[in-house]
Ligand binder design. Sequence first.
Ligand code: ATP
Length: 447
Amino acid sequence: MTEVRAPDEATVGGTDGLMDKIVNLCKRRGFIFPSAEIYGGFRSTYDYGPLGVNLLRNVKNNWWRTMTQLRDDVVGLDAAILSPPAVWEASGHLANFTDPMVDCRNCHERWRADKIDGVCPNCGSGDLTEPRAFNLMFKTHAGPIEDEGAVAYLRPETAQGTFINFANVLTTTRKKPPFGIAQVGKSFRNEITPQNFVFRTREFEQMELEYFVPPDEASTWFAYWLDERLRWYSDLGIAPEKLRLRHHAPDELSHYSAGTADVEFLFPWGWDELEGIANRTDYDLKAHAAASGERLEYFDQATGERYVPHVIEPAAGATRAMMAFMLAAYDEDEVGGEARTVLRLHWRLAPYQVAVLPLSKKETLEPLARRVLGLLQPHFVCDYDTTQSIGRRYRRQDEVGTPWCVTVDFDSLTDEAVTVRDRDSTLQERVPIDGLIAELRRRTGDV
Ligand code: ATP
């Protein structure tokens, strides 16, 4: 099959080359590597390196914390990735989860019809085939026999795993609408045009909440979740002017939706989707109830009332959000007449929150530096770096977004104090070791 090219791959850098800088930083510092690189790579798949795995995990953990820990109306779930055709038959994905695909008759490139203007972005020819529906689900076989009875699909979203567990969660938790079920995990879509680094890949991670509400409260909760979700991104450091909500026009809505709005971020190539918030009505629960014969509804014992809840779904991409957080945090400035690159990441997202740096490699500093490290490790994610000059080490930490560096010097041996350097202001302050945790906590603003 012809490999499909993204229309805007050539212009992915945007006007200031920010994308190129991020892609380069990701590779150079171990955030994201192209997958299977030693075998020439495998298009649209990426591996998350030592710093990337921390950042991505922090994105997911902060979503989980906001959605479940800080609320009493949302519980978690982790459903299977492999699922039988019946699930996708009932949900409508087998029939509807498609993108329109066209081929250029001149150069034989393949494109997503809704992303190009009737002209092949590769050769400029207008001689394109009629659009054909291309189903985005990855199909595989479970077990040793590859026949129709063994067909399984990799989930293209986590939501259906939530709907098919609705009754299980309801009976085990005794929740009452309005309540939600949160899920974080991998999803797979055979995208025709993967593009823009990890913005659109065939394997990605989602963070989805299905929030079940009484039908007459759906529009109120839809508005509530738009505000909540927008605020989550700005609370974690994205400037409000780089975020906006875009309501879908009626002809844009998915087959299940009574209203959808996207949280958009100003990417280097323009405004694009970070997260979709949809009013899915009772479509999914009714569809699975009809197909499975199970009752998927809420019964209020106090009032004797029985109804199928409506669902408000904020569906975000974790890998896409991670990239947006990096783009938003990237900055270049000058310190002491020297250019530096700095990722101004929120401390909750930073791959390392604190770096412990002995001023010199001399062995006399090592025991104390290691003691300070051991003191901090249970409370903060720490790096320990003894290589190169202290100035170089500060720059390396700035570039990966470490908010605080703690330097152990020769005075520390006698005054039992260390120097705390702030990433953004570069200001340094002497802090007694026995007050270090309290001081760092104070700086997080999370005391
Ligand atoms: P699009 O129309 O851009 O293909 P979508 O609107 O179908 O995407 P949703 O089904 O709403 O996307 O998925 C919810 C979120 O999951 C998206 O907002 C995005 O953050 C993330 N996501 C979806 N597809 C991908 C992908 N191929 N790669 C990375 N993240 C994705």
